[in-house]
Design a protein around this ligand. Sequence first.
Ligand code: FHN
Length: 443
Amino acid sequence: MFRIFSFLFAFALLSQTIFSQQKIQPDSIRKKMEWFEDAKLGIFIHWGIYAVNGVDESWAFYNKKMSWPDYMQQLKGFTAARYDPAAWADLIKASGARYTVITTKHHDGVALWNTKEEHFSTVKNTPAKRDLLKPFYEEVRKRGIKAGAYFSLIDWSHPDYPGFMKDSSRYKVANDPARWERFKKFYQSQLAEVSHQFNPDLFWFDGDWEHSAEEWESLKVRKSLLERNPHAIINGRLMGYGDYDTPEQNVPVSRPKYNWWELCMTINNNWGFQHKDTHWKTPYEIIALFADVVSHGGNLLLDIGPREDGTIPAEQVNVLTELGQWNKKHEKAIFGTRPGIAQGHFYGPTTLSKDSTSLFLFLQGQTSGTILLKGLSNAIKDIQVVGNGTKLTHKVVGKISWSPVPGLVYIDVPKGVQDKYITVLELKLDKPVRLYQGRGGFE
Ligand code: FHN
């Protein structure tokens, strides 16, 4: 009795936590989330004046690594002189990404479009002298890529925004509500500009942690964006009023509980361009993480940080290109798939086709030899190496004809069929996947 009570109590606590974070009922957004669920890969772009000196985007002055005036001096060096939005869009397309999200403004408050508000922008305050978003959105849309807008709620450069440095703020909302009202009006009109000028398919908020949902007026903001475009998707950083969860940098080790989620991750250690950061992940590492994310039902939003002149570092171009070639070869195992089977069945990432009659196994490194699959109740009709067509043989061992316990499946992976990065096997099943998770033996 005590155990049942403890279980119910723990369950109630857990649901309360989940529901207090996520205010939007999954069923009410299921339809509009379809493209997102199938998309799997997005390219994130952090572009701003921080690329001039290669310092932490906005955080450099907030964390007092440099003064705010010194940070803002970078406005003078931001030229976008070699910015080629068509080439950016080509690269994103080549990576296999189905959507992209670009910083319309980061926490430093510098807008990349021609804002009508009295505040910093690349148009008014930098030698670039132009709206950098419009041509980008046009180019990506021409290629059938969904267009997302990163928007920082925080604006540490705005005189009416409370937060400024890590150890000081301008004022407290409770002490000067009229000033906070002015800021809210300002940020909501900038957001309305983004919404009306670019009609993003996805709004990617950031920085909600500094204020409550009531202070930001999250619900009102959500409603106004959806009035303009009812199909727009809103990320989970609007104090509970978003559509999906956004872990950052760390790949979840088990499947998150949310219906939809997206891992945002850098290719080196920073979001924006930094000359000294050479800690690049390799294409293999990115592809392995990508397979892991998709296997857990998530999307990867992979970041690039262009230089101030608009050129993209060669290492980032290389990762996107290699990832794209791998995606092309393994398209059916990634895009439009559903999360795979639990780790106990197979120790590696897996995905399932939408009808779950194809099971895809992702083999780390240059795996060859015999691999094992446990608890698969289906008969396997056929096994092929994805993208090269080689048929593989397998055997089922230990099946007792009169018991529901399936046998162990051993698959032979010969040398020579391996992909340069991650090899994928497609197992065609007799019916939609059925898994056995009992304790084995005579049951
Ligand atoms: O503070 C930002 C950071 O600079 C970067 O933009 C990332 C991207 O997800 N988001 C914030 C922290 O969560």
